[in-house]
Each structure stands twice: as structure tokens, then as C-alpha cells.
Design a protein around this ligand. Structure first.
Ligand SMILES: *Cc1c(COP(=O)(O)O)cnc(C)c1O
Length: 445
């Protein structure tokens, strides 16, 4: 990676207990004003963030292994993004692309056509959130095919709006008591190598396809939507052959294959998109999170013949493709190119995976270490079994936080620690974070 001039010292430094007094005071005010349904997994309030660190309101400098859930791949204050935002905000903050359009939106669409897998003719629509992108990918697939049904998978996460809750697998906390859910969503078995070791990728795909043919019927199926590596569900990397077999079946049956790359996209897994690993060319790809250096932007990019079927006015939204978010996306894309962050993500994987694998040999509670690039996870189980251990998982994250390292957890069973460092984190800081993590695991297991 090219040398980066960080604005903040790239160090871990604890000045108070965590959370400190100022964070605790903010938590008090929050309890009286913010709805209880919004959680925060780390109880420290942010004052500043740059490179691999988040500085809290009490002056503590924490190492960030979460990137605000895979959003700040280029860092939380990438100078190019900051400058682009300033520049754009000084001219116009909004006009609505559906009223008086602007070049930034068109340029983002051009970039996404060039960056996403496949060299077919593509069209793009911009939105604000990942869930909105997923909703719209399904709208397009239904209109274009004239079919209704949608297949999603076990452990899937696609968002929190009504349709995307239906697509999401996990009840608590995402769905419980929020129904009724959108109809015509069918859930199929995933390929989960750690819990499904004897099934090859192709066999797992055939198992899903067999169920689709029996329970739904290809002629009724508009789309298959899948995360190429599942995010919230536990960083599940399907066995090789699973995705290509599904994609080929979809193509043969006129089913739109949607890759939800909201979490895996924008260099996170060591390529611009995780689909590239097995040369999958999705018909529509959904993007958000890492797309705009922290600003809210999302996109669907897909085959021109699908997207252009939709009547004028059928897609859009007041804020979709906001000019400041578009400027930020163009700057973030430049930074990813300039710093070759796909290569950096692979380097991070090469640094982290062997260390966690060595740790797993020593600690029987680590059932599995998996991931690709800078999207890496450990799954915790009761030693000698594959029974999930969510308590241990929570204890590891809490212990790491006490030591100044922000770690996220995930998984259908809540038993996965996931690493999503900003791709601009330096080696030394990453190394230190891993030492803290190793200590936290040894002490908690
Ligand atoms: C986060 C996520 C979403 C939802 O994105 P929001 O911006 O939170 O609506 C959808 N799909 C995947 C794979 C995600 O990780």
C-alpha cells in the first residue's frame, strides 16, 4: 500500500475506563431521547476517526476493526472524500435527480458499469440504503420477468424494510413482532461448509435447486438473491461451486440472479466484488456500505435489457443519488484505485488468517476460522462440539473493547466474531489489534 499521511496518531491509547465519563453522560441523554429499539454495540461516543482509529469523546483512541459495518473501507475521513464533499456542498446539496439532474450521478453510473462483473451493457439506479437497493432489485426482477416469487437463503441478511425483512432469515432482532411480511419469498438451504462439511458446493446448490423446483417452480420464480459471502448471518463462505451452479441454473431458467454485495463490495474481499472469485456475473448487483466513503448511497447495476424494461418514473426517490454522496463515491472509488485497496485487502487476509488459524489450533472453542481478504471471522463453539457459544463470543468482544479494540459480532447463532478493518489500517496497528484479540480469546475461553 502507498504510504498514507494520517491526520490522527495511529495508536491505541486508553485515558479513562470505557465508557468514560463523557460517553456515560451522553448515554444518559440518549436514554431520554433516542428510542430504545436502536442499539449500539460499543457504548463509547465518537469524536473523531481516521485510518484505523476511532477517538472517543473522552480522548480514548480505539483500534477500529469494524469500519462502521464495512462502510469506511477507505477510512472514515479519507482526504479525497472530505474534499469532494466540501466542494460539492459549496455548490448544491440537492436538486433531486428526478427534477434537474447532474453529472455526478451519471459518472457514478459509468464507474459502476465499468467496475461490476461482466462486460455486457449495463444500467444503474442510485438509492440511499442497502435495503432500498435490494427492494428495487426485486422490483426490477419482477417487472422484467412477469413472475412473482423470490428465493433467499438460510442465514441471509438483506435489510430491515418490509420486503427485506421477509428476505432476511433471522427473527431476533430483525423480524420478531414486525410482521406480517411481504409474500412470495421462499427460503432455501445455504452451503455452510463448517456445519455441512460432507456436502460439496455443487451438491448444496443441487439441493437448493431441487427444493426450488418442487416448492416454487422455475416458471414462477422472478429472482434468486444471495450474498456471495454472507455478512450478518456469520461470514459464511459457501463451498466452491455453489454460486456458479446456482447462477447457471438461474440463467437456464430465465431467473434473475441478484448478488447482494452490499457488505462484500468495494474491495473488501480482495477484489472489487466478491463475485469475481468464481467469475460469477450477476444479472443485477446491489451495492451500498463501502460505496461512498461513509456517505449514504446505494446502487443497483444490472443488465440493460432488465433495467430498461421499467417504465419512466417507476424507479427513483427524492434523495437517491444525492449529489454530495455521488461526489463522495467518485472520490472513494479513486482512493480505492490509487491505494490499490483490493490488494491491501488480500494483504490483510494474509496477515490475519494464519494468525487466527494458529490461535484455533490452541483454543478448542474456535470451531472455524474463515473469510476472504479483509472480511474474516471466527466461529465459537463449546469445545469438542459444534454447539454455538454466543456467551463466549460476547465475552471476547467485551474483553477486546476493554483493551481498546472495536470488534463486531454476527451470526445466526450470535457466535461469530468478525473482522472488518478499514482497508487503510496500517500493519502495526493491525498487528496490535490481533494481539489484543488473541489475548481476549485466550482469557475468555
Ligand atoms: C447491511 C446490508 C444490507 C442493508 O443495508 P442498509 O444500508 O442497512 O439498509 C443489505 N444487504 C446486505 C448484504 C447487508 O450487509
Amino acid at each position: 500500500m502507498t504510504a498514507i499521511n494520517y491526520r490522527l496518531p495511529q495508536k491505541r491509547a486508553l485515558l479513562t475506563e470505557l465508557p468514560g465519563p463523557k460517553s456515560r453522560a451522553l448515554a444518559e441523554r440518549r436514554r431520554a431521547s433516542v428510542a430504545a429499539g436502536v442499539g449500539s454495540s460499543v457504548p463509547v461516543y465518537t469524536a473523531d476517526a481516521d485510518g484505523g482509529v476511532i477517538v472517543d469523546v473522552d480522548g480514548n483512541s480505539l483500534i477500529d476493526l469494524g469500519s462502521g459495518i464495512a462502510v469506511t473501507n477507505v477510512g472514515a475521513s479519507d482526504p479525497a472524500v472530505v474534499e469532494a464533499v466540501r466542494e460539492q456542498a459549496g455548490h448544491f446539496t440537492h436538486t433531486c435527480f428526478m427534477i434537474t439532474p447532474y453529472e455526478g450521478y451519471v459518472r457514478v453510473a459509468e464507474e459502476l458499469a465499468a467496475l461490476t462483473p461482466g462486460d455486457h451493457d449495463k444500467r444503474t439506479v442510485l438509492f440511499n440504503s442497502g435495503a432500498e437497493a435490494v427492494e428495487n432489485a426485486i422490483k426490477v426482477a419482477r417487472l422484467a420477468t412477469g413472475r412473482m416469487a423470490v428465493v433467499a437463503f438460510d442465514h441471509a441478511y438483506h435489510g430491515r424494510t418490509n420486503l427485506t425483512m421477509a428476505l432476511t432469515a433471522k427473527s431476533m432482532p430483525y423480524k420478531l413482532n414486525f410482521g406480517p411480511f411481504a409474500p412470495e419469498v421462499y427460503r432455501m438451504p445455504m452451503s455452510y461448509p463448517y456445519r455441512d462439511a460432507q456436502v460439496t458446493g455443487e451438491q448444496a446448490a443441487r439441493r437448493a435447486i431441487g427444493q426450488i423446483e418442487k416448492q416454487v417452480g422455475a416458471d414462477s420464480l422472478a429472482a434468486i438473491i444471495i450474498e456471495p459471502i454472507q455478512g450478518e448471518g456469520g461470514f459464511i463462505v459457501p463451498a466452491t461451486g455453489f454460486l456458479p451452479t446456482l447462477a447457471a441454473w438461474a440463467r437456464e431458467n430465465g431467473v434473475v440472479f441478484i448478488a447482494d454485495e452490499v457488505q462484500t463490495g468495494f474491495a473488501r474481499t480482495g477484489a472489487w466484488f466478491a463475485c469475481e472469485d468464481e467469475q460469477i456475473v450477476p444479472d443485477i448487483i446491489t451495492m451500498a456500505k463501502g460505496i461512498a466513503g461513509g456517505l449514504p448511497l446505494s446502487a443497483i447495476t444490472g443488465r440493460a435489457e432488465l433495467l430498461d424494461k421499467v417504465h419512466a418514473g417507476g424507479l427513483g426517490g427524492t434523495y437517491g443519488g444525492n449529489p454530495i454522496a455521488c461526489a463522495a463515491a467518485l472520490a472513494a472509488i479513486d482512493t480505492i484505485r490509487e491505494l490499490d485497496l483490493p490488494a491491501r485487502a488480500r494483504q490483510i487476509g494474509d496477515l490475519v488468517l494464519p494468525r487466527l488459524r494458529r490461535l484455533a489450533e490452541e483454543v478448542p472453542a474456535i470451531g472455524d476460522v474463515r473469510g476472504r481478504g479483509a472480511m474474516i471471522a471466527m466461529e465459537f463453539v463449546k469445545p469438542g462440539t459444534d454447539e454455538p457459544d454466543p456467551e463466549l463470543t460476547k465475552a471476547v468482544a467485551a474483553r477486546a473493547l476493554e483493551q481498546g479494540v472495536i470488534l463486531l459480532t454476527c451470526g445466526t447463532y450470535g457466535n461469530v466474531v468478525r473482522l472488518l478493518p478499514p482497508l487503510v489500517i496500517g500493519d502495526e496497528l493491525l498487528d496490535e489489534a490481533l494481539s489484543v484479540l488473541e489475548e481476549a480469546v485466550r482469557a475468555s475461553a
